[in-house]
Design a protein around this ligand. Structure first.
Ligand code: IMP
Ligand code: MG
Length: 183
């Protein structure tokens, strides 16, 4: 039996489906990045689980790097301003084909900002990859280059995604009960 902790209403994307999604994205990335200097850029913290699974499935040699941004204060609404908390430390950006690895796209502000930021810093190429996308929530024009699954406008947790730092370690993506944040 799968463990459904209190506060998680139901499973939205089960483990087996996540595994198929990640395999599929890895195949596309392998096709597109042959012969390139692939750098997987994990956006902390939500993307660590996805990033770990994705990098294991790739055949293309890839380097990894990390950035941390904050746009969410707490709760389920974004503050809307993207702040870089941890920057890429490498200096050879002009030689790197960056693939930003993100857990979920919501307003679109984080990834739109990061793509422009890395291009301004001189990255050779920048593309984006997200496990999940909530297109209904978009506030700026943004389309990810690789997307695992589009989901409806619900707040989800698990597989790296959190609600106030909780639920990241669940092996599936589940829907957070409204009673947790609507008091
Ligand atoms: P955006 O800038 O509004 O697209 O926000 C993207 C970020 O918001 C993601 O990296 C997540 O950290 C967070 N986020 C958006 N929706 C959810 C959700 O349903 N569950 C958990 N985190 C979310
Ligand atoms: Mg995130």
């Amino acid at each position: 039996m799968l463990y459904l902790p209190e506060g998680v209403e139901r499973i939205l994307v089960p483990q087996e489906e996540i595994d198929e999604i990640v395999t599929n994205i890895a195949e596309q990335v392998d096709r597109d990045y042959a012969g390139k200097r692939l750098v997987l850029l994990c956006i902390l913290k939500g993307s660590v689980v996805f990033m770990g699974d994705l990098m294991k499935k790739l055949r293309t040699p890839a380097e990894i790097d990390f950035m941390k941004v904050s746009s969410y204060g707490s709760g389920t609404e974004s503050s809307g301003t993207v702040k870089i908390v941890l920057d890429v430390l490498r200096k050879d950006l002009s030689e790197c084909d960056f693939l930003i690895v993100e857990d979920i796209v919501d307003s679109g502000k984080t990834l739109k900002y990061l793509v422009e930021y890395l291009k301004l810093k001189g990255a050779k190429t920048v593309k984006t990859c997200t496990l999940l996308d909530k297109p209904e929530r978009r506030q700026v024009e943004f389309v990810p280059d690789y997307c695992g699954k589009q989901i409806p406008d619900e707040f989800v947790v698990g597989y790296g995604l959190d609600y106030d730092e909780r639920f990241r370690a669940l092996p599936y993506v589940g829907v957070l009960s409204r009673s947790v944040y609507e008091k």
